[in-house]
Design a protein around this ligand. Structure first.
Ligand code: BES
Ligand code: MN
Ligand code: MN
Length: 454
């Protein structure tokens, strides 16, 4: 892949341009225009790479970017490259060492919001395709691109779009680079993602805040009610989720446990990395298992009542929480959502009003290890990184992967070039420069390897 090598500097410069666009999907009032600009930038990059039929596809929300190149020899497979051009909010700004939308290289790492999640990784696909088209004049496989702008806010408009475009998106393989390697020296291919359901819970009591001396003790306190309701979700001794039916259909095979014991981290080193005195979670499972193949319940935020300095004797009129559950194979998000809401309401105190709003939902996904596409990816990764990849179960979620499998019936390859320590969703997000370039090489090789599978 001499072409990609010769153009490394320009590729990095172009990525920086994309990283300068604050395409924060969670803040439409502030960044709606920037999201549009990022979509336009990606479309232009695809056109420059030689991709054809490039267009923005309007949705109920942020546009999709579509493009294709379908001139491979007869019988060659078709690959759909998926990624996202939207990013997480950069806040808290004061914790960034350099501004989030002014990409800077320090220590061989590109610091910017979206560097690893997912602009830097997504861009490797575009540059790999460019390397083929500009370097050799053609591609060994047919290629389609679908880059979305709402991944970080739950991809609400993507499922209907994928269904509507199912003919146009028809493919043999979906390639996603939005996951992590095990370490700098150990590349990986992800074979499993967890699903997710996310809720906002609003609890309301009396019509206004009350003096806790005059009124305390006579009516339910929403802050206390929400604590009771959330406490009912988990057994404090075993760490098991107490929602009835939560573990129905959840299993872990001996082979999977053995693989995790080998490829996963050790509890002790994990504990040290977190800077904690002890780990806690579902009894009977290691941290590596708890964070990848076991389902969880988490409180993401809880607020209500007086938050200022000093004491204020008051019974708040409302309290709120954000909660989510990571799901694994066998757990249908719809069923879990219903069971959660019923269990929550059962533990409410008399008199409070409970409002439950689902903010996002997505199925988990598993990809077979023995598909031709997976083997092609493993070869490409080994040739690029000089080491065979590990196959990892990821704790995070990319809901559209299950949709692709269901609607398009395609094999998925989750070939990620990020690292878990790259602060995705946090201040000082970064992406290793070397892995950006290797990502381009590995993707270009993957397309070659894939063409040999037919
Ligand atoms: N790229 C991540 C998924 C991911 C996280 C992969 C960690 C590897 C390691 C993706 O952009 C993401 O953040 N997904 C959300 C999904 C949600 C917004 C529906 C997640 O996992 O929280
Ligand atoms: Mn991502
Ligand atoms: Mn993300």
């Amino acid at each position: 892949m001499a072409y990609a090598k010769a153009h490394e500097e320009r590729h990095l410069r172009e990525l920086f341009e994309l990283l300068r666009i604050p395409s924060v999907s969670a803040q439409p009032a502030k960044h709606g225009k920037d999201v549009e600009r990022a979509a336009e930038f990606v479309a232009a990059a695809l056109r420059d790479a030689g991709v054809e039929n490039v267009r923005l596809v309007p949705t109920g929300g942020n546009p999709l970017v579509y493009g294709d190149w379908l001139h491979a020899p007869p019988g060659a497979p078709t690959v759909l490259c998926y990624g996202h051009y939207d990013v997480q909010p950069p806040e808290p700004l004061e914790l960034w060492e350099s501004p989030p939308f002014e990409p800077t290289v320090r220590d061989g790492k590109i610091f910017a919001r979206g560097a690893t999640d997912d602009k830097g990784q997504m861009y490797t696909h575009i540059k790999a395709v460019e390397a083929h088209l500009k370097g050799m004049g053609s591609l060994p496989v047919n290629v389609k691109f679908l880059i979305e702008g709402e991944e970080e806010v739950g991809s609400k408009n993507l499922d209907p779009a994928v269904r509507a475009m199912r003919k146009e998106l028809a493919c043999d393989v979906v390639l996603v680079s939005d996951t992590a390697m095990k370490s700098e020296k150990q590349p990986a291919i992800t074979y499993s993602l967890r699903g997710l359901v996310y809720f906002q819970v609003d609890v309301t009591g009396a019509k206004g805040d009350l003096h806790s001396g005059t009124y305390g003790g006579a009516a339910a306190n929403p802050a206390e009610a929400i604590v009771q309701m959330l406490a009912a979700m988990k057994d404090p001794r075993t760490g098991k989720v107490r929602i009835p039916g939560f573990y129905k259909g959840v299993k872990i095979t001996r082979a999977e446990r053995a693989a995790l014991a080998k490829s996963g981290f050790k509890d002790a080193e994990y504990r040290k990395a977190l800077g904690m005195k002890a780990l806690w979670g579902e009894k009977g499972f290691t941290a590596a298992e708890r964070t990848s193949v076991r389902p969880t319940f988490e409180v993401n935020g809880i607020y209500g009542g007086y938050q200022g300095d000093g004491a204020k004797t008051v019974i708040p009129s409302h309290a709120h929480a954000k909660v989510s559950m990571r799901l694994v194979e066998g757990q249908d998000p719809k069923r879990i959502a219903k069971a959660f809401e019923a269990h929550l309401r059962k533990h409410a105190l008399p008199g409070v009003e409970v409002k439950v709003t689902q903010l996002s939902a997505g199925m988990g996904a598993k990809t077979p290890l023995d598909s031709a596409a997976m083997q092609a990816a493993a070869k490409a990764v080994r040739a690029t990184f000089g080491k065979a990849p590990l196959f990892l179960a990821e704790g995070g979620s990319i809901p559209v992967v299950a949709t692709f499998q269901r609607v398009l019936g395609a094999d998925t390859v989750l070939m990620g070039f990020g690292l878990h320590d790259e602060n995705l969703h946090a201040p000082n997000e970064h992406f290793r420069v070397a892995n950006f370039h290797r990502g381009i090489q590995a993707t270009a090789r993957f397309l070659n390897e894939l063409s040999l599978t037919r």
